[in-house]
Structures are given as C-alpha cells and as structure tokens.
Design a binder for this molecule. Structure first.
Ligand SMILES: NC(=O)c1ccc[n+]([C@@H]2O[C@H](COP(=O)([O-])OP(=O)(O)OC[C@H]3O[C@@H](n4cnc5c(N)ncnc54)[C@H](OP(=O)(O)O)[C@@H]3O)[C@@H](O)[C@H]2O)c1
Length: 315
C-alpha cells in the first residue's frame, strides 16, 4: 500500500471506520476516499458498482455494517441479516469487478458457538449453535467470512482479508440506550448517574462474566498491518483481540474512575449473567508480529474524553 494509493473506507463515520481514517492519515496516506451514506447507500448494488467504477479503489476497508445490542438484534433480525449481507456482498462483487487489490472484511466473535471453549480459536467456527439473540447478525458475518474464502479460492490470490475483532470500543461508538454494546452502555449509564448525582447504580447479574474489549484504533492498526503483510496471510480468517479479558465488575470499577461517579455499585443477582467468558485466541495473528497496544483504562479515558467533547455523538 503506497502513500498515494486509493484507499476507500466504507463506514468512515462509525467506530472502526473513523479510527481507520485517523490512523491512515497519521501514517501519511493521502488518497483516502470516503462518502456519506446519504450519497452512497451500500445496500444498493448498482450504486456501489457505479462508485467503484468511478473511484477504482486499490484498497478497501469494509467498516460499514449494521451493528447493535441485544434488543436491536432481537427486534430486527431480518434487517440485520439483509443489511449486512447486501452491503458486504455488493462490495465484494464491486471489488472483484474493478480490481481492488485487497479488501478487509470484519466478522464478529458472535460467529462462535454460544458454549464455545475458551479462548475461542478460529477452528471453533461451526462447532455448535450460536447465541440465538444475535443469530441473524452472526449468519451475515459467517457468510462474509466464507465469501472472502470463496472469492479467493475461485479467482486466486488473497484479494479478500477476513478479520474477527472482539468487542470494540472508542470514539464514535454508539452510546444510545437501545443500540449500544455493553461497554458504551455502561459508560453512558455512569455518565448519566454522575450528572444526575445518583447515590447508586444497579447493574445486572453478579459482575463475574469476563469479556475482552479492544480499542478501535488497535483494530485499525491490525487492519493496516494485515494489508501490508498480506503475503504472509493464509486464505482463512484471523481473530483480533488483546488476549486479556476483564470481569464486568472490574469494568464497572474502571467506569467509576473514568467518569468520576461517586455513588455505590449494586448488583441485581436475580438477573442473568450471560456467558461466563468470551475471549478470543488471537495467537495466529499475533504470531505475524502484531499486538494490541492500548491498555483498557487508557482506552476508556480517551473514549470518555471524546464522549464529553463530542457534540454529535450517537445517544
Ligand atoms: N463494534 C464492535 O464491537 C464490532 C466487533 C466486531 C466486528 N464489528 C464489525 O466491524 C464493522 C464496523 O463496526 P462499527 O462498530 O465501527 O460500526 P458502527 O460504528 O455502527 O458504524 C457503521 C458504519 O456503517 C455505515 N453504514 C451503515 N449502513 C450503511 C449503508 N446502508 N450504506 C452506507 N454506510 C452504511 C454507518 O454510516 P452512518 O454513520 O451513516 O450510520 C457507519 O459509518 C462492522 O462490520 C461490524 O459488524 C464490530
């Protein structure tokens, strides 16, 4: 990837897409292509094809997607399935037709079985049923991982690179009540409780489940690393994680520290905990020489600073 290569970031306004733009600009890439959703609906094949014909991107990062929390996934499974499959599929086809050198696709850890052994290895894919609440989203991600492999197999080379990051967080995350993931939802709740000077916050479960969170700019770095080292990659997908998990209780304590909430924490143990642990085994990607740099507490501080200063955040 040359400094003046044409690089298209699909989903540049989102959590990962914005981190990719920032990182590529910081590295001195000068020809970054973005286009807002209002002018480029990636679910419409003819529109995507015309855009690729006009811009002929040499590299594409497919950070566009429909993401959401449990409620949104449960309420709109067909929308999650259709939107994600159509966006990724339209880009795959256009990238093929217009000779994109490499396109990076992002799966999700929810492709792994609900009862997956921990840490979750790439080989655990399709070894058991996935979590039912995110089944439709997982199906789209699964199709994307397999599509990358199929295009590479059928047409030769490694045009499509598939990465599976664990839960991401950072600036430009979604902090809305209905659509956010656990980390941004907690940050929002702690912030609101601080502003309203609440004496306590009640959280679901025991706080013992362990989760792995990765800062968006580390995933951006991993993506650029993957493109630069495409010659060392196999035609498969790679887990992208920090290798370290943390309990929800520890995360809540960090949130107290970062947001400055002074009240107490209470745990409603009558509510379900969810899976006890969700940690990726990222050894395959780590063995290529990449590793996540951002410590969770540092990433949370950066995210909260952005949250406080950003006027147009997703609430
Ligand atoms: N967040 C995570 O924890 C996580 C973990 C693993 C994998 N992933 C995957 O990584 C990718 C990026 O996730 P993210 O969290 O950065 O998502 P995000 O913050 O929700 O951003 C999604 C981006 O996609 C764009 N988009 C949505 N529908 C579109 C459409 N029809 N046409 C054009 N653009 C459209 C959005 O544009 P608007 O700004 O206009 O809405 C936004 O820029 C997704 O594929 C996601 O599944 C995410």
């Amino acid at each position: 990837m040359q400094k003046n290569s044409r690089i298209y970031i699909a989903g540049h306004t989102g959590l990962l897409g914005s981190a990719l733009v920032k990182k590529l600009e910081a590295y001195g890439y000068t020809n970054i292509i973005t286009k807002p959703r209002a002018n480029l609906d990636l679910t419409v094949q003819s529109v995507v094809d015309a855009f690729f014909k006009e811009t002929t991107p040499e590299y594409v990062f497919i950070a566009a997607g429909l993401t959401g929390g449990i409620i949104a996934n449960k309420t709109y499974p067909a929308t999650f399935l259709h939107t994600n499959i159509s966006m990724q599929d339209n880009i795959f086809e256009a990238a093929m037709k217009h000779n994109t050198k490499h396109a990076v696709f992002y799966g999700s850890s929810c492709v792994y079985p609900r009862e997956c052994p921990q840490p979750m290895k790439e080989d655990h894919l399709m070894t058991g049923p996935v979590e039912v609440t995110s089944e439709a989203y997982a199906a789209a991600k699964f199709a994307g991982l397999k599509a990358c492999k199929a295009y590479n197999n059928q047409f030769g080379g490694l045009r499509f690179i598939a990465l599976v990051p664990n839960s991401m967080y950072g600036p430009n995350d979604n902090f809305s009540i209905e659509n956010s993931h656990v980390l941004s939802a907690l940050m929002r709740r702690f912030h609101d409780a601080k502003v309203e000077a609440k004496p306590s916050i009640t959280l679901w479960g025991t706080g013992s489940p362990r989760r792995e969170f990765i800062f968006c700019s580390d995933v951006a770095e991993a993506s650029i690393f993957a493109v630069k080292n495409a010659g060392s990659l196999e035609n498969t997908f790679y887990n992208i994680g920090t290798g370290a998990d943390c309990s929800i209780k520890e995360l809540a304590e960090y949130m107290k520290e970062v947001t400055g909430f002074k009240g107490s924490l209470e745990w409603d143990t009558s509510k379900p905990d969810g899976a006890p642990k969700k940690l990726l085994d990222s050894k395959r990607f780590l063995s290529l020489g990449w590793k996540a740099e951002t410590k969770l507490l540092d990433g949370l501080k950066t995210t909260y600073e952005w949250f406080l200063s950003s006027a147009d955040k997703r609430l």
